[in-house]
Design a protein. Sequence first.
Length: 228
Amino acid sequence: MRAALLVHGAGGGGWEWNVWRGVFEAARLRVEARDLEPVHGGLAATRLEDYQAQVCAALAGLPRPRALVGASLGGLLALGAAADADAVVLVNPLPPAPWHAGLPARDWPHVVPWRRDARLAGTRRALPGTDEATALFAFRHWRDESGAVLRAAQGGVARARPACPTLCVVSRYDEDVSPEIAHAMADAWGMETLQTLSDSHVGPLLGREAAGIAAQAVEWLNRASPAA
């Protein structure tokens, strides 16, 4: 595998992939981990299709064979661009229809104030087992998010089964996307699964086990590469 596009989740940024970027680049992969950007009208005017177009454009600029890696909302976006990838890795992805029906019901405002309402104590609770430096960094970098994007994802988005090899990375505990949902989707679509011991939704990216999970993803990508 020559390159990888890493797509972050809602309320985050490319910084969520700092550990994975280091592991991937050590394996001599070219890495892109851009921030998803709101449209000119701001987050309230931003739609899922706007983020999807950004992911597709970024992926098209990478050399092949290329991997597409997405976490949470980024996983749903990765599924929307999978036809142009040579391998896909999904990390606790927000599921497409029909598995979206298992997501917890939430009412999202036009702009979700995750940056404004961020608290260090809340970040620590969301990242059990994470060291203090990582929790502090994450607390300082959360951002607000488009409610329309999250409502669309929660309402169920149609996605086709990826034609390329696909790996689903699943946390042991996850209050946002239950492991049962991820396993059900992976089983139905014939994806390979990497069950981790991570105890949170973003633990595979920001937890102490992140580097080891990233290394396993690199090994899988190299086996899945059409040039292998």
